[in-house]
Design a protein around this ligand. Structure first.
Ligand code: ACO
Length: 419
């Protein structure tokens, strides 16, 4: 889509992403068990929305529309009607048009995309937020809820853990086609935890992961699938986290920035975005993220960029192998060469193309509806030097996000320029 107007990310905020293994997450062995509860979907969303107003100095009154990414509020929290839930966050939002967007794990990206569309259609200041709570049930039950993002009729029964199994299938095919090893894939996991250990917002900020632990299955890192064919291709450490969290950003046009009194130098520009959607249950090559590739190609073309121009990227690493497939779909590596990029450290904080600098879905965490919004906020924070201990050394000029729903069925890709 050709943009009619220049569009900027003004900034935003996020909550800490929490869940099992986070020191603040309340579970039966936590000292505060019985005394304190984990935050609800509404509390997280409220915190991110009001945090975005505080961090940017934008008066909530200025927001003309709002878009909320959430995948499965009804299942995990008995809560739907997310637009009306979100405006409870602040009295000044009451009555404003807020709407929910759903596209599985790409729900957050869709919320940002809808915000961009609204600005192109004539609005000047909008909010995009996303939130998910997933820890209200066991991981196995939650996997059944997340399986609603697959083609239920034909894919749900691949395993109780439907999505982990689908990506174990991709890992199996990728390893067989290119001779990639578990140790190659483990480099992605080690990088993710290393970055998360420096990120105060990250779910796995206090869990360390070395190459040996990430590369090998064992009692503490089990291959947990029941599907015998796929079981050897996935361990717990290969998986993104079951996290709770929220993120919110504010987007504006040039006129919007003027109204807000915000200087362009405090923003980043959205150069282009593209969404691609492929039919559920219809993957023809498990070694390629074709849908993501389509979205990325369109974004590069519309932004006038090529993969080598990108200085920082947030990609959808729902499983460790997915990050390698993302490198290839986004053109950072040739087919089958993603593992080399990770092994050589090129996607680390100090590498030539830092990817998932805060720990990615694997270790920053993956509150599904928040992820796509958080990705954009991370690019903003890296470009504005706000990432503290995990700040990349050189200020990035161009950034890319790729937020994926399901087994590469919905992808939202975006390109940004530092202003
Ligand atoms: N030995 C053998 N089996 C074990 C062991 C062990 N030591 N520990 C656990 N298991 C098995 C058990 O069968 C257990 O299930 P059960 O308790 O119901 O029998 C299963 O592994 C899971 O163990 P949990 O302790 O419940 O798992 P945990 O809470 O640590 O979660 C998991 C780990 C399952 C990997 C979780 O983090 C997860 O599901 N991650 C993926 C989330 C996901 O799919 N998100 C969507 C991504 S798709 C997208 O974004 C496009």
């Amino acid at each position: 889509m050709k943009f009619r107007r220049k569009i900027y990310v003004v900034g935003g905020d996020l909550t800490t992403f929490i869940g099992k293994h986070h020191p603040d997450f309340i579970w039966k062995k936590h000292p505060d068990f019985g005394k304190k509860e984990n935050p609800t979907l509404e509390e997280l969303l409220t915190q991110a929305i009001n945090g975005a107003f505080e961090k940017t100095g934008v008066d909530p009154e200025a927001i003309e529309r709002g878009f909320i990414g959430n995948f499965a509020g009804e299942l995990f929290s008995n809560q739907g009607h997310m637009g009306a839930l979100a405006v409870r966050a602040n009295e000044k939002l009451h009555g404003k048009p807020f709407t929910r967007l759903e596209g599985a794990c790409a729900s957050g990206g869709l919320a940002v995309a809808a915000g961009i569309d609204a600005l192109n259609a004539g609005h000047d200041v909008v909010m995009a937020a996303g939130s998910e709570v997933q820890t209200t049930c066991s991981a196995r039950e939650g996997a059944g809820y997340l399986a609603r993002a697959s083609h239920w009729e034909t894919e749900r029964d691949i395993d109780d853990f439907t999505f982990p199994a689908m990506f174990a299938r991709r890992a199996k095919h990728y390893k067989e086609k290119y001779g990639v090893t578990d140790e190659d894939i483990a480099h992605v996991t080690v990088k993710a935890y290393k970055n998360a250990n420096k990120n105060p917002y990250a779910h796995m900020r206090s869990i360390e992961m070395d190459l040996e632990s990430a590369a090998n299955a064992g009692d503490r890192n089990p291959q947990f699938l029941r599907n015998e064919e796929l079981k050897p291709h996935l361990k717990v450490s290969d998986c993104s986290q079951v996290s709770d969290g929220a993120a919110a950003i504010i987007l504006a046009t040039e006129e919007g920035l003027e109204k807000l009194g915000i200087d362009k130098s405090d923003t980043i520009e959205v150069l282009a975005y593209a969404q691609a959607t492929s039919p559920l249950g219809d993957v023809d090559d498990y070694t390629v993220l074709n849908n993501t590739m389509q979205a990325a190609q369109q974004v590069y073309e519309e932004a006038g960029l090529k993969p080598s121009d990108i200085n920082v990227a947030e990609v959808h690493d729902c499983f460790a192998v997915t990050e390698l497939l993302m490198y290839e779909a986004l053109g950072f590596a040739d087919p089958g060469k993603g593992a080399e990029l990770a092994r050589e450290g090129e996607t680390g904080i100090e590498g030539s193309i830092p990817v998932n600098t805060g720990g990615g879905l694997l270790a920053f965490g993956h509150p599904v509806g928040a992820t796509g919004v958080k990705q954009v906020l991370e690019i903003y924070r890296q470009m504005k030097g706000q990432c503290g201990d995990y700040q990349i050394p050189e200020t990035p000029k161009y950034g890319l996000t790729a937020n994926m729903g399901g087994d590469d069925r919905t992808t939202v890709a975006m390109a940004f320029e530092n202003v």
